[in-house]
Design a protein around this ligand. Sequence first.
Ligand SMILES: Cc1cc2nc3c(=O)[nH]c(=O)nc-3n(C[C@H](O)[C@H](O)[C@H](O)COP(=O)(O)OP(=O)(O)OC[C@H]3O[C@@H](n4cnc5c(N)ncnc54)[C@H](O)[C@@H]3O)c2cc1C
Length: 442
Amino acid sequence: MNDTNAKAGLGPSGQSDAHRVLIVGGGVAGLDLAGTLAGHKELDVALIDLATAHVWKPMLHSIAAGTHDVARVGVPYLAQARQHGFLYHPGRATAVDLDARCVTVDAFDRDGLTLLPERHLPYDTLVLAVGSEANDFGVPGVADHARHIDTLHEAVAYRDATAPRLVQAAQAGRPHRVAIVGGGATGVQFAAELLQIADTVDDFGIDGARAAMQVTLLDKGDRLLVAFPPPVSAAARERLEQLGVTVRLNVDVARAEADALILKNGEEIAADFIVWAAGVRASPLAASLDALERGPASRIVIDAHCRTSRPEVFALGDCAALTPNGADTPLPPTAQVAFRQAVYLGRHLPAMIAGRSVPDFRYRDAGALVSLADYDAYGALGDFGFFKGGIKNGFFRGRLAQAGHALLYRRHQARLHGAPRAAGLWLSDVVTARTRPIEKLE
Ligand SMILES: Cc1cc2nc3c(=O)[nH]c(=O)nc-3n(C[C@H](O)[C@H](O)[C@H](O)COP(=O)(O)OP(=O)(O)OC[C@H]3O[C@@H](n4cnc5c(N)ncnc54)[C@H](O)[C@@H]3O)c2cc1C
């Protein structure tokens, strides 16, 4: 493969004799890492992403529901490249030649114009941070009839398809039926956001939206939010049911049809929209790399240095599987794990590249937060048991948990933009939310 197009990216270019670090995927993990590594003069850092703007993925369900304004959340990669000093290559990475140490990136087109041709980008060190996608587990009909909210494109498509239908149903006095498969954090949070957008529609005088909104949340297991302690599962279920969500546990979906889910017991759940949020698998690029050891859900197996079975190739975040010493299963695909691995590699990758020894990545579970829109939120305390004495049943809820959830996003913004700009953005979001709430209904 030739590398004649290697510099056909956008943004500042590094020294020609510097060590080339190529990061594929600018999500929670990859963009944070690119910004940190770009500060090292001995490294020439480049980032590939198929999108032109980064969106914090844990926000997608609120964009899909329409409760968050999409225009305010995108962070253009080009601006990040200029601010931090790395090269940005727009386009989809389609193949990795592990022997030639080269990544192929598709041509980058906009409105029928080819802005950048197919490129073959060489690397000395490769970091895979391509995330995950919804896993349909081969259930028939899901690919054709269910929607996912894994990308900004899917979230916006859901919002655009459903918002007018909700208004129409409210006007006609008909139900607007949404079936969500998967009672993890994504499904639970999405159910609450749907109720919230219906409340907002009512607030703007289009009466009947809340009455029309009928949400059914289904899961195979015997409780919601299995990653949280049982008291959180019970409290979240009770709150959702109070709000009007129908929660169905211990149900197995046999197939999805255009207007219904068919359960294995033959029962039919009628639905105008089906959302599949029942688990994830590694993104297609990671799943295609047969030369690297893979674990469950095609995630790339990594060691305690986030290194794959090829020493010059690292992986992190949802596409990687790291099983801590003494554990039976890999760390979960969460933003918390992705972020901590990015911080670890940001701190230690330059030393590893220079051949120095570094400490292992150690994961301390800082707890988890789940937010039921503006209605409620729950926080589990993870390994930080010292909070337990003061907090009922080992978890906290309400405004404190809601603030914690918001802080995760604000911390991410602070790392991308610096604390002063992040504070300005926060203030601007607060003001905008009060002055332009009608945008939520567009
Ligand atoms: C709706 C929703 C809600 C969630 N809520 C929470 C939550 O509350 N708390 C929590 O901890 N986690 C949550 N998660 C999970 C969390 O978003 C992920 O664990 C986290 O984003 C993983 O980070 P990552 O960097 O590995 O991948 P991502 O953030 O998904 O980034 C992957 C990047 O790779 C790019 N990419 C993929 N393939 C290619 C390719 N071939 N070429 C170029 N670029 C590519 C993508 O465009 C993307 O920018 C949620 C997920 C969803 C979908």
